[in-house]
Design a protein around this ligand. Sequence first.
Ligand SMILES: Nc1ncnc2c1ncn2[C@@H]1O[C@H](COP(=O)(O)OP(=O)(O)OP(=O)(O)O)[C@@H](O)[C@H]1O
Length: 633
Amino acid sequence: MKSLLRRRKQAAEPSDLVVPYWQWHDEELLSAGLLTMARRLPALVAGALRVAWQASRRDTAATLGLNAVAGFFTAFGLLATTGVLESLFAAGPTTDRVLAALPALLVVAAAAGLRAALLAGAGWAQERLKPQVERLAETRLFRLTTEVELTAFDDEEFHNSMQRARDNGVPDSATVVEMTVNVLTGVIGVLSAAVTLGVLHPLLMPLLLVTAVPDGWAALRSARMRYAAFRRVSTARRRKFMLSDLMAERPPAAEVRAFTLRGFLLAEYDRIADVEQRVELDVARQRTKTRVAGDLMGGVALGAVYTALGGMLAAGMVPLAVVGTAVLTIRASQTSLAALVQAVNKLYEAGLYFGDYLDFCELAQRRVPADRGTTAPAGFRRITAESVSFTYPGADAPSLSEVSIAVDRGEVVALVGENGSGKTTLAKLLAGLYAPDSGVVRWDDTDIAGISGKALHDRISVIAQDHTRWPLTALQNITMGRPLDGERLAGAAAASGADEVVARLGRGYETLLDRRFEGGHELSGGQWQRIAIARAFYRDAELMIFDEPTSALDPKAEHALFERIRRHADGRTVLLITHRLSSVRYADRIYVLNRGRVSEQGTHADLVLADGEYARLYELQAAAYREREARPA
Ligand SMILES: Nc1ncnc2c1ncn2[C@@H]1O[C@H](COP(=O)(O)OP(=O)(O)OP(=O)(O)O)[C@@H](O)[C@H]1O
């Protein structure tokens, strides 16, 4: 009791909101200096260009090429401006000076026109790149999330990593590419200005640097702060999303009311939102301070640059026309510089999230089962689990310990036992969804660890206890992406009783089974089970695993369904998990599981005779049933 109270006390503290252990090193990363960031940028740019190239070679080449040529015209236009200013600043009547400046002015206008056209082309290619890159990144993510081993989903680190990759990494892949192009555009712009200044007078070039430093410092620092905040609240945010689903989604809506959970959920939401808000407000304050400091330093730097220019003019180092062009160039370069700094800032920030995405891809790739090449032997005679043990990731105790069972072809084998005794886990091991920590599962003599996942799953139908209610049409819920075969569909629907369910739907098989969409229809628990069983039959697999397929059916429907399953199984092998012992009477073999071990096995008659746990449970259920029958209506 004491330990329970202690645990409850701990639970009252927001322990789920502290920085989890896999983020500790991030603090080191976040405290890295500007130099570290600068060092990271080339790798980021290279990574982004690689992704862009994969997404579309044509658009990548176009955006980079057109930007580079536009940069040339920027420098050319600025240098041509000196000619205009020289004519305008020369001695003589105003009309003559303007007329003399006209040819140079036309060159400046032509260069500006060309530059604008080139930039428009580059911008278009860049816009085209964005959706293509995002799609590429998202496709890669989903290819991995649907391929990784199932246990990855029981692993919190994997979950957090996937969440960050999905929420920010994917959208930021496009931002990284976009900002990389912007960085390169900015660099080209600043380089054009630097070259222009260098041509005008070599001493003018360093002046550019003076204006660049304060802005750059402020922007990069602010990006790091935002990222740090994101990392700090990422676990809290995940929990908040879960809570918002509980309060605003349809499935839990009834229980939220029935259990009067509103106050509890809102308080929990507040507690987490408080933590998140505190972090965000803190970051907003720090970022404002940084921006003000950057602006102040920027103003001082610009003043210093103009003073230096004035000094050079006074000392006769440069003529007035050159000073004029230098001022224009510095102003133009400041626009490029502002864009560059902003792009570097965003690139760095998006790069950190994109880095999360790449890290996730690497992590997930490591959890993709190797392509084992071997296929399951056609037409197995016997499937065996030999001394298999299994512990869920992070669990204290094993869910299965040294379990051995055998399933012969054409048999109906039942797994029974109390809640949590390991039936579902054993079924998942037999289906190759989890790999045992020790022991082997064999199809005849072949260890399924050597069989490729897809080859195995193609031969097995698993109807899980918590089967998914796919928000698809009734037809798609049964065919599950396999080609339509009318005869097989009719057989599967008749065997499972799904035909009666579908007959009552407005649009028959084409009815969408999701009330959240227009025309969608919701089924009852028992109706869903019939659809799920039809799915198993339609798949036409050699081994069918039914995990409590009839828990939502009334006894009459259940009996009828079992009869159908037996008939429809038709030489196929059935592994049945159920708590209704009347349904397993006719199984060829029954395994009783108790705390992850097989405690009894045999036929119904054997087990009743043995007078053990099974006999006790069976008698209990039978007595309850007899009592119900005897009760006057
Ligand atoms: N994803 C998981 N992560 C950690 N532990 C799990 C997970 N799934 C199940 N377990 C644990 O493994 C044990 C066996 O669970 P399993 O679902 O196999 O039991 P079961 O016999 O099918 O139970 P039920 O009759 O309630 O469906 C239980 O103690 C359960 O808490």
